[in-house]
Every structure is written in structure tokens, then in C-alpha cells.
Design a protein around this ligand. Sequence first.
Ligand SMILES: [Zn+2]
Length: 395
Amino acid sequence: MPTHTHRPPAVTALRPALVGKLNERQVLRVLQARGPLSRAEVARASGLSPPTVSKAAASLLRGGLLEEAAAPGPGGRGRPAPKLRLATATAQVLGVAVDAGHCEVMAAGLDGTPQAEVVAVPTPGTYPALLDALEAAARGLMARPGVATLGVGVSLPGLVDYRKGCGVLSPNVPMTDGHGPARDLSARLGVPGVLLQELHALCLAERHYGLARGMDDFAVLDVGTGVGLAVMTGGRLLTGHSGLAGELGHVTVVPDGGRSCGCGNRGCLETVASDTALAARASEKLGRAVDVDEVVDLLKAGKVDLAAELAEAAKYLGVGVAAVVNLFNPATLFVHSRLFGAADGLFEAVVARAGRSALPPSFADCRVVRGQGSQRQGAVAAAVQHLTDAVAGVG
Ligand SMILES: [Zn+2]
């Protein structure tokens, strides 16, 4: 989570209140990693004493971050010890994914379990209308009786400045430039908000709820409206000086005569290998404007032959994958694209191309797999992390 700008101050003598908060955070971490546990099990797993665990748990129960569930135990030998778990029946966080065509809003328990149907809203044309639409969707999910909403995470495409908490340059959703949708939604909804870049969201989603659980060195490449990259190295997101690192989609790959890109440049990777690029090629071929949703439907139904266009996209994507493998040496590279589900052999073609282009030792050391997580799950993970960090006052 790229909240590197707010480090805890150096502490020489820990105040009792802070020690208590750190113990609470430790209890949360154990429950996050292991699922529901009794107080005695938390004590064993955390190394804290049973009275310390009880005190921390009482505070977290009062704060609504934990809840207690009676565990089914062996019958006839008294009541089984109740299990502590992250609040899921009584509390939720919201995850918002902003994107060019439509935005998604989901509600999840603090353990990431989805609590209701994902709400999809068409992305409006202006920033105030976007806030209105997101607020309405969020309020619908907040209306569940007996469930407290504790925070909202917002995933944003394009460049995000974490120091200022706002979007900087989003070629595909330019209305968000200069705005802080997490801050603005937070003010409207009256709950804490946290903003994160959409590839960072995918990284968190894979790490918390997907295939990257327990991994410290991996990368996520997302091929959607644009092409983005996030790199987790040594357990930390590589953010760059201002959080702007990872813009693989705007690396020039067709230096002369390339197609124009939303960023103002020409010949960027995402002009030849993205949903948008493929939809443009398909539109040229069919003689009418089609968006990527329709392209996916046509491909699945076998109603359009885009073999040459997909081969070109695979070639450039393979080069992109090879660049990531050479530059960052990830143990696993997750590649996300809805096109993989519509075009048989596309993922394999990308990997084969990458294998021919990357340095052999680096490629041999890297698993390239299809990603599973979503930006909205990552926004949920960020909101939960924001809450647990806030417990110890270091968010
Ligand atoms: Zn560009």
C-alpha cells in the first residue's frame, strides 16, 4: 500500500496507548492471515499474552473491526470458546473501481468477502456527475440494516499522485485529472476514503484475495482500456518518486508513424495492444464502430475473424511481457485481459513471444499466469488496510 508519505515518527519510549494500539494491530494481522480464531489461538499465533489479547480484542470489538462468533465445539463439555473474526456480518467497506466505460461499486466484509451484487454504473461525462453516480451506488450498498460502513477505497486509472491524493493524468478518464475522488466520496459519505491507482489495486487484490497470497515479488500487467503495470518487490509496491511508476502502456513501441494515443503521444504500446486498440482495428475491418464488449461477443460467437489483429496484439504484448521480465525479475507475472477468455490461444501466443524476446535465465525464473483479481477487490483491500493501519495511527 503506497502510503509511504506518512511514516510513523521515530519512537524511543513507546507510550502505553501506542503499545495498546500496536497490540491491536497485531491481533488484526493474525486474524487477517489465519481467519477466525479463539483468543487463546490468537495468543499462541501472535506471541502476545492472553490478557493482552483479551484487552486488544475488547477494544477492537468496541470499534466494530472484529466480531465474535460462537464456534461449533465438541458437545457436552461446556461452551466452546467463541472465535474472533474480522467483522463481516456487522461491518463492511466499499470498493469503487473507476474506468472509462463503466464504474463498479462493491461491498465486502473486512475479510474481503463480497456482501452484495456488484453495482455497475455507466461512467458519466463530467466529474460532478461521476461523484453523484458513485455516491448513489454507494448509498444503496450502505442501506443494509445492522451493517456499519467503515471505509471506501477508490481505484483510479492513469497517474495518481499519492502525496496529493488526486489523479494527475488519466488518458482514458480525463475528467478525474486534478481531482481526489476518494477524498470527495469520503466527505459525501462520511466514512474514511483511500485512493489508489488501478494497477496497485490489482496487485493488492492478487496479494490479499487471489493467487499471490504470501508472495513478495511479483508483477501485474493489465491489458484493458490501456496497458498498465504494477510491481511488488520485497513486499512493497514500486511507486516511484510520486507514485507514477509503471506506465508501460505509454512506452513508445512504434517510433515513427504510430497511431495517436490518449496521452498525446504517438505509437505507445497501448495503441497496438489494448482493448481500445483491438476495438479500433475491428471497427476498421467491419466498417462500423464497435466497442470492445461487442468485439468480445463477436469473437466468442465466432462471427468475426480477427486472427491477424490478435496476432499483432500478441506480438506487442509479448514484447511488453519480456520487458517486464528483464527489468524486474518477478517470480510471477500476472497478466490480466478479458480478451484471453474470448480469443483461444491468445495468452499462449503472448507467452511464447515473450519467451523468444526475454533473457532466457530471467524468463526461466518467472511464471507467467493469467490474473484473477479485480480493481474493485483491490479497492476493498486498500480500504481494509487503511482501517487496520489507522488502528496503530500510522496510516
Ligand atoms: Zn500514450
